[in-house]
Design a protein around this ligand. Structure first.
Ligand code: GKR
Ligand code: MG
Length: 449
């Protein structure tokens, strides 16, 4: 009889955390963001965990997968995922179109809930075999710390929303300068430089990405120039999420060589051409390297992206591609002389640990990984949150995911989730307090109306 442990229970716990009034093409982040946690227990007494996109759609999808997981040996994650893929039909609203225009209502279809199960099962398998998760992926562990970038955002003044309806976190009395700064208005190049200085000071980051698609392109480029001037050795990039037309993007980038290292999704679909075709034209015109988390979010889109040679850096979020899939992506990119990176959305520290494991296993050239964690730091759901030291995320050394849940914190985050009027992300709500009647337009930065 096999002594491989068997999964005895699968719990799905929806959780929420606090956020700043972060600005993007989609509008403003709400005061709270949501996630779903998967907690597996096995017959050896181990706990495996995974974190994924928030909201009821993802939660209900995960609950429906429970019967396919419980009772399975921890060694059979591939079989479990296969069974899920055979059994689960796409939602009728899911046209499999990806997020070429960053329609965040579609994000829940690009993220696949089952990857949280993959994470939790790899966590259990690693504990059974007594190896860290990264040793179970691809060609095994490549590094023991992974560079992450300082993810800079414009932040609006939270006092412009009604306190009762939209209560953003106030950290004005925190002893930590970064914690104080991240909850206050940041809308000018000078303030963006202060933001970069604060994250450089706290986390040792020396590479930055500015989330664009907020102000006019010229103003955003001024902020990029200011950051580069302050940190001449830094790699700086900007991601307007495809808000600029091809013409605008080419003009805006004309004088930016030597200042910007690579461009992330500068432009998207237009005039009947797909984002992949337009990105190829942008590359031809500017000779900039280009990164994406918008035009290649699955293998079919990736095929067309590669066929057109439209992208140099694929930001393969394991929540889109799976853990095995993300590392497989790094292997392909390495073979073809391209670069791997990871995209993020607001997340807790379980995802941070997952990024550390995937980043540790990725082969070849790895761009500094995205993480929103610096905006959530302090809201730990783990006893042993991986640290970012000198701009590098430390890969946990313990077996599996290598981290331990703090259940009291998880319960608190679940209570916050249950107190929210809605669980889906809608960045138009807060934005409408800044510009009455505001509506999302994927070709207009959110303040350009
Ligand atoms: O946090 O609003 C955000 C970001 O804009 C996110 O939704 C994007 O998907 O960070 C992402 C990106 O790199 O495009
Ligand atoms: Mg992006």
């Amino acid at each position: 009889m096999s002594n491989v442990p068997v999964i005895t229970s699968m719990q799905v716990i929806p959780v929420a955390g606090y956020d700043s009034m972060l600005m993007t093409l989609s509008g403003c982040h709400a005061p709270c963001f949501t996630r779903n946690l998967v907690i597996l227990k096995d017959s050896a007494g181990h706990t495996g965990i995974g974190e994924i996109h928030g909201g009821d759609y993802t939660h209900d999808g995960l609950m429906a997968m429970r019967p396919l997981v419980e009772g399975m040996p921890v060694s059979k994650s591939r079989e479990v995922l296969q069974r899920i893929h055979r059994a689960v039909n796409p939602h009728s609203d899911d046209a499999d179109e990806g997020i070429q225009t960053l329609d965040i209502a579609k994000l829940k279809y690009v993220v696949r809930s089952e990857w949280a199960i993959e994470c939790a099962m790899l966590d259990l398998l690693g504990q059974y075999l007594e190896v860290p998760m990264c040793q179970l992926l691809g060609e095994g562990q490549q590094r023991d710390e992974v560079e992450v970038l300082g993810y800079l955002f414009y932040v609006s003044d939270r006092h412009k929303t009604p306190a009762g309806a939209m209560q953003y976190m106030d950290e004005s009395d925190s002893p930590d300068p970064w914690f104080r700064l991240r909850r206050e208005e940041i809308l000018t190049p000078e303030r963006i430089v202060e933001e970069a200085e604060a994250v450089a000071e706290k986390y040792g980051m020396r590479n930055f990405k500015l989330k664009g698609g907020v102000l006019r392109g010229e103003e955003e480029m001024e902020a990029v120039r200011a950051v580069k001037k302050r940190f001449p050795d830094a790699r700086v990039n900007i991601d307007p999420n495809g808000a600029w037309s091809l013409k605008e993007a080419i003009e805006l980038c004309r004088d930016m060589h030597g200042i910007i290292t690579y461009m992330e999704d500068p432009c998207g679909p237009e005039a009947g051409f797909s984002g992949r075709e337009i990105m190829r034209e942008f590359k031809n015109a500017t000779q900039f390297q280009v990164a994406t988390n918008m035009i290649a979010t699955d293998w079919r889109q990736f095929y067309h992206t590669v066929s057109l040679n439209a992208c140099d850096i694929i930001l393969a979020d394991p929540h889109f591609w799976g853990f095995d899939g993300a590392v497989r992506m790094s292997q392909l990119l390495d073979t073809w002389g391209l670069t791997f990176g990871i995209h993020s959305n607001n997340h807790f520290d379980i995802t941070l640990a997952a990024f550390a494991q995937v980043g540790a296993a990725a082969v070849g050239r790895v761009a500094p990984l995205d993480t929103h964690w610096i905006w959530q730091d302090g809201q730990n759901l783990l006893e042993d949150t991986p640290q970012i030291i000198g701009g590098k995320l430390q890969v946990p050394k313990k077996p599996g995911l290598g981290v331990t849940l703090n259940m009291a914190r998880v319960e608190e985050a679940n209570r916050l989730y249950n107190s929210l009027p809605t669980h889906d992300r809608d960045d138009a709500v807060a934005m409408q307090y800044l510009i009455p009647g505001w509506k999302y337009d994927h070709k207009k930065p959110c303040f350009v109306r």
